[in-house]
Write a protein that binds this ligand. Structure first.
Ligand code: C2E
Ligand code: MG
Ligand code: MG
Ligand code: MG
Length: 281
């Protein structure tokens, strides 16, 4: 299509593609050094019991304090890290930081879960299972409080390898949640063969559930089936009180979203804990 518009347009596109590649290269080189430069940080987003408002867990979401661009959220660099083979170092860092923080909170009486996101690419490098096992031992956490989130799509891509990993993780006592559930093409009847504990309903369905009947119908189906399999259901991306009340009506257990709290730096989530008696402070 660019060609039809004449040569100038064509070279314009080519140039901008080159520029894009250049920007990506620069960013990936910077990202490689972000760990040693101390530029990575975990933010924490509370997960609550929809009925009581009690804290059930916290999800760790990575942020990059970029020297020029400021605070970048995970969606702005995780894909790049996966493409460039940097994700494994980042995942190890997240695992270590997360376990250390969970230990502090468990010592203060926190009995919920800390959820860490893991990338499908983590299974391609070294021995990720052993990394997890080692961090659990090193940090001294009760593994019952550690939850790992993996997206539905990632599971479907490498079902056999991931089934094996999940079985091993369950033996360690770790919990497993399926992230972004509903966006992939898996069926719950297939997923029931996996040793999972929790489904996270993707925020895309929550967003319009108060106006789009097909979204709320889908959520209702997920919740009913999950109940049959004895899985906990949490909805992501709850921004409106309408979302929350509808989700309660549909029987959803837990929720997470801006309505309750944004992902927060450590100090802020501990301050919020103080007011809410969440036992993180
Ligand atoms: P996710 O695990 O599904 O996380 C939910 C994303 O939605 C987060 O974006 C969060 O900040 C955002 N969010 C939470 N509540 C709301 C809400 O009410 N409304 C809206 N509009 N958004 C909300 P974030 O932090 O940019 O993360 C994006 C994705 O990057 C995550 O999706 C996860 O797949 C990945 N990710 C985040 N941290 C890590 C990490 O430490 N390691 C790996 N491998 N991936 C990570
Ligand atoms: Mg997640
Ligand atoms: Mg998600
Ligand atoms: Mg996502």
């Amino acid at each position: 299509r660019a060609k039809q518009n004449g040569r100038n347009t064509y070279s314009f596109y080519t140039e901008s593609l080159l520029q894009q590649a250049d920007v990506k290269l620069k960013l990936s080189v910077q990202l490689k050094h972000a760990i040693e430069q101390n530029e990575l940080e975990l933010f924490y987003q509370p997960q609550v019991d929809l009925l009581t408002g009690a804290l059930t867990g916290v999800e760790a979401l990575i942020r990059w304090n970029h020297p020029e661009k400021g605070l970048l959220s995970a969606s702005e660099f995780i894909e790049l890290a996966e493409e460039r083979g940097i994700i494994h170092d980042i995942s190890k860092w997240v695992l270590e930081q997360g376990c250390k923080q969970l230990k502090v909170w468990q010592d203060r009486g926190f009995t919920g879960c800390l959820s860490l996101n893991i990338s499908p690419r983590d299974f391609g490098f070294g021995d990720f299972f052993n990394d997890i096992k080692q961090q659990i031992e090193k940090s001294g956490i009760d593994p019952k409080g550690l939850e790992l989130e993996i997206t539905e799509n990632a599971i479907m891509k490498r079902a056999d390898a991931i089934m094996e990993l999940f079985k091993q993780l369950k033996e360690l006592g770790v919990s497993i949640a399926i992230d972004d559930f509903g966006t992939g093409y898996s069926s719950l009847s297939y997923l029931k063969h996996f040793p999972i504990d929790k489904l996270k309903i993707d925020q895309a369905f929550v967003k319009e559930m108060h106006t789009d009947l097909s979204d709320s119908a889908l959520i209702e189906t997920i919740i009913n089936m999950a109940r049959g399999f004895n899985l906990t259901v949490i909805a992501e991306g709850i921004e409106l009180s309408e979302h929350a009340s509808l989700l309660i009506e549909l029987g959803c257990d837990q929720g997470q979203g801006y309505l309750y709290a944004r992902p927060l730096p450590l100090g802020d989530v501990e301050a919020l804990s103080k007011t809410n008696h969440w036992a993180l402070d």
